[in-house]
Design a protein around this ligand. Structure first.
Ligand code: ZN
Length: 206
């Protein structure tokens, strides 16, 4: 791609660094910004810069926040004895959208993945272990992705808590709502059978 302006080229290169954005899409976005009134593009740039500069990570759960402690952790109507452990901030948003969970979260910032060079020390596991003892957490619900890395992380943290009296659960794994049995892989189908639910509890969720 050749450019008649180095300023344009630089902006396209910056946009193309974003995940899922190729050079062509980056060019389309930059050309769109050029067409906008200057003050709107300025506001766009200022919003990004301010977000990056001022955003904080909650000192308790490591979720993004405008304050030292996020609005979930500081909400007194939530049950602080139940902590849902998730991989990233997007998972918090997904679970919050269900409006089915009234406990707190802990954002690990990833999962243990030796192949990608991610070990326990790069995650917020120590902070979680400290918090469990400090806040008298009674139940940890693991809501990690059902894959080897997720399971490794779950086993690692569970092992660390072997001596600690705490209930450790994971979200159910099985057939997705709207899915079809014949297309499910054997592992998923097997787990669905293992994690079967009494019909009464299933109906009461509706
Ligand atoms: Zn928090």
């Amino acid at each position: 791609m050749s450019f008649s302006s180095s300023l344009l080229e630089q902006a396209v290169n910056e946009f193309a660094k974003l995940p899922g954005i190729g050079k062509k899409t980056a060019l389309r976005l930059v050309l769109h910004l050029i067409k906008q009134p200057a003050e709107e593009t300025q506001f766009f740039a200022d919003t990004l810069a301010r977000m990056r500069k001022e955003i904080k990570f909650c000192t308790k759960c490591c979720n993004v926040s405008d304050t030292e402690v996020c609005n979930i952790c500081s909400n007194i109507s939530r049950k602080k004895q139940i902590v849902c452990v998730v991989e990233n901030i997007r998972d918090v948003i997904a679970i919050e959208s269900t409006q089915q969970f009234n406990g707190l979260y802990h954002v690990l910032g990833g999962v243990i993945s030796p192949l990608d060079g991610v070990g326990p020390d790069q995650l917020t596991i120590e902070a979680l272990l400290h918090r469990i003892k400090e806040d008298e957490v009674e139940e940890l619900i693991f809501a990690l992705n059902p894959n080897i890395q997720g399971d490794t992380t779950l086993f690692y943290i569970s092992k660390k808590l072997k001596e600690h009296p705490i209930k450790i659960t994971t979200i159910a794994r099985g057939i997705a709502f709207g899915g079809e049995l014949e297309y499910a892989d054997e592992l998923t189908l097997a787990r669905s059978l293992q994690n079967r639910q009494p019909v009464a509890s299933y109906v009461s969720m509706k």
